[in-house]
Design a protein around this ligand. Sequence first.
Ligand code: BES
Ligand code: ZN
Length: 630
Amino acid sequence: MNRFSGLIITAFVFLVACNKGAENIDKTSSKKKMTFTDTHSYANPEQVRVTHLDWEANVDFERKIIDAKAVLSLDRSDDADTLVLDTHRLVINEVTYASGEKAVFRKGEDDALLGSALRIALKPETEKVIISYSTAPDAPALQWLTPMQTSGGTSPFLFTQSQAILARTWIPLQDSPGIRFTYTAKVKVPSGMLALMSAQNPMEKSADGSYSFTMDQPIPAYLMALAVGDLEFARLGERSGVYAEPSVIDTAAYEFAELEDMISAAEDLYGSYQWGRYDLLVLPPSFPFGGMENPRLTFATPTILAGDRSLTSLIAHELAHSWSGNLVTNATWNDFWLNEGFTVYFEQRIMEKLYGASYSEMLASLETEDLKKEISELTSRGKESDTHLKLDLDGRNPDEGMTDIAYVKGYLFLRYLENEAGRETFDRFLRNYFERNAFNVMTTEAFLQEVNDYLIAPERLNVGMVKLKEWVYNPGLPGDAVFPESDRFGLVDEQRENFMNGMPPEELETTEWSSHEWVRFVRSLPVNIGKHKMADLDSTFRLTDTGNSELLSAWLELAIKAKYKPADERLESFLINTGRRKFLMPLYTALVATYPDKKMALEIYEKARPNYHYVSYKSIDDLLNYEKSN
Ligand code: BES
Ligand code: ZN
């Protein structure tokens, strides 16, 4: 197989007769084929599909290795003679059939991005294969933390990050978002530690470090997750709670006290929550993302523990993925906007429902500003095609699709449709969409067809396919995009003008400001603001000392660009102690832009890199042209 020829998947989508205003949908009417190619997987689901995984694993912190056995149940055509799995840096010890007989297998050529195909010969009667294997000590999905790198400082910690194509670095699977399977797991960890997965989870530690898990709803490989550490559980509501290290658990329980309300708000909007419990896990600071929507157990960065619940929209986002993404899943990484754009839209609706439009419009405005910047940067770097919603990531790391295009342009597209259809109609469309496509995949093309068949045609909207395609296949933003508007930011901008015109900081009207208004204020200050004004602001508002990570990162970025040296110490400690890529990238980027000899960036990076997850250090290595031997 050509390296990037990939796999072709055909899924059946149930088309239904659409009844204007009908709440209940008829799932029986007709069937339509959805065909797509995932060039980021070697798998051959046309011939054979993994439908269930039984995983047994021993987590060895000394060797930084997981030794495991994966029993894969297969749904296959009679003439399928080979199962092709994705693996990356896995050491395969043995493959057997259910009878115990050894199976013939072959590992393909190793590709730096995709890893290698594991081809297992199937007999006519084969329904299961059993793979004994070990992970590599440097498996990209896994981060092994020393006790020093945790809050408690006494136990080591392990967590996984599988999205987008890193599940294959710890489990041999068909690692493609269009292929779903259920799983059970038995995991052995050192006693005194708790293990958690994207599954039914224990609430307390076991005596001997043995844990069992089940996930009865089929999920794609990128939602496989495991975390092991000195963790505690705190109940938040009927079906929700939070896990964190003991020294963090009370802060976390306070910060997320409104979680149950969020779940109810989400259900009121788009239908009942399908996954049983919804818990959070607060990870150590090296977690490379803000959040990851692992089913039943969202993984979250501790940088959202602001103390005032001001950064919990991130939880609304990960919760929303329980519908957009986890229930209805992007077919390939080129359709990533279907996961993220939908989720940002849903997140905004949850925030609006809970805290009002004047609050949610602030959040949406901040994101829209980021989007505009991203579009102009991508365009000026000659990457205009990366501003399309439908991406072309063939031969590239799907992580490159993680830009504001998928998130915010995707959001604005849905907001545009909402505006055209009216909110009530659009909400009904979305509710039915989630129900119709639950536990299924979605391509961009099939989505446009759905919009046409279930929204535009029955509602006789004046939106043609040409318009929809403009959003999806054209660069930048259509001229008639509707943007969020925030009155509260209007007031902030007035204060910024006053300040820049010489009003002393203590006279600015800031007492009512949330951290979002502060972020807006700081982001809109000019880089040539001058050290005196920076110092004035800092001494009045103590910005260098803020505990709000969003505000701190905005302030530090400005401090770098304005060469405001009193913030250097805080900058260094923030970069060493935080692994969230979203904060790291702009700061390192600003450092190299301001000091092109890269001396300061590299000096800090040398100290910080050992604390970062693969996902983060890979991006910063590229940014700084860093080679480990440096
Ligand atoms: N699913 C993403 C994280 C992700 C995307 C990981 C692509 C790997 C590849 C998650 O839901 C997410 O979007 N997280 C954001 C936070 C959100 C509030 C925008 C993040 O981590 O910054
Ligand atoms: Zn997301």
